[in-house]
Ligand binder design. Structure first.
Ligand SMILES: Nc1ncnc2c1ncn2[C@@H]1O[C@H](COP(=O)(O)OP(=O)(O)OP(=O)(O)O)[C@@H](O)[C@H]1O
Ligand SMILES: C[C@H](N)[C@H](N)CCCCCC(=O)O
Ligand SMILES: [Mg+2]
Length: 240
């Protein structure tokens, strides 16, 4: 029942493109995939949301979105301004668990970074990951400033005893600067978890066929779904 929660060091870091790359890699490995966008903000009802973008790039995946609010804000704020019910962490967890009964892999994309609020009680994607006991993948920006936000995210996960599967750089430019090149060494160190891949800048603009053909090479093999056995063994080990 593998569920992978995908968060980032912030918004616009490439979570959706990375989610699509993981989905494409898992599909290439013969696995059925569902993508759950916990709450979509800043998108009109007739526009494509992040889950739709994953399906466009990755191919046949089941998509689900628990709520859509018009303002491009944190879900809790956007829900409040729309006068609508927010999405609560237990609803995210329940929806992901249900999808996991019908798919080999469920990818849950949050909104912005790990502690962005979904409801007025301060519920976050971290709460949903905790409820699910699911591992988390952190998508990081490549450049200066990412060491701090990656470490803060990793520490928060550790304090909750939520597994940090690893870090993926969401957009790696053709000509990385000094900070970016050094970050390849330092990101795993500050995260306390491996660097599991890097997506080339512009990956989201490839044709879907080229995206699917290239995606597995951007990610470490564990992300095609083969991490399931290891995660499962660890989570069921005595004393876990
Ligand atoms: N590797 C990439 N290739 C092409 N475009 C990218 C890449 N990474 C990010 N982008 C672009 O940057 C923007 C943000 O990417 P994305 O939508 O994946 O962010 P996000 O982290 O999912 O943000 P949100 O918090 O809104 O979900 C998008 O316009 C996307 O097209
Ligand atoms: C609208 C945007 N693209 C995301 N979906 C929401 C990002 C919320 C970030 C809130 C914050 O950390 O300040
Ligand atoms: Mg996104």
């Amino acid at each position: 029942m593998p569920i992978l929660v995908i968060t980032g060091t912030g918004t616009e870091v490439g979570k959706t493109v990375t989610t699509a790359a993981v989905a494409a890699s898992a599909r290439a490995a013969g696995r059925s995939v569902a993508v759950l966008k916990a709450a979509q903000t800043g998108v009109r009802p007739d526009e494509r949301g992040d889950a739709d973008e994953v399906a466009r790039l990755a191919g046949a995946v089941t998509t689900a979105e628990l709520a859509r609010y018009p303002d491009p804000l944190a879900p809790a704020t956007a829900a409040r301004r729309a006068g609508r019910e927010p999405v609560r962490p237990h609803e995210i967890a329940e929806a992901a668990a249900k999808l996991a009964t019908e798919h080999d892999l469920v990818l849950v994309e949050g909104a912005g970074g790990l502690l962005v609020r979904f409801d007025e009680a301060g519920g976050t994607l971290a709460d949903a990951a905790e409820l699910l006991r699911a591992p988390v993948l952190v998508v990081a920006s490549p450049g200066l400033g990412t060491l701090n936000t990656t470490e803060l995210t990793a520490r928060e996960l550790r304090s909750r005893k939520v597994e940090l599967l690893g870090v993926v750089i969401g957009s790696w430019p053709d000509s990385p600067d000094l900070a970016m090149r050094c970050n390849v060494t330092d990101l795993p160190d500050v995260a306390g978890a491996p660097l599991l891949g890097a997506l080339p800048a512009g990956a989201g603009s490839l044709t879907p066929a080229d995206f699917r053909a290239s995606a597995p090479a951007w990610l470490a093999p564990r992300l095609d779904g083969t991490w399931e056995a290891e995660t499962f063994r660890r989570s069921t080990a005595p004393g876990a």
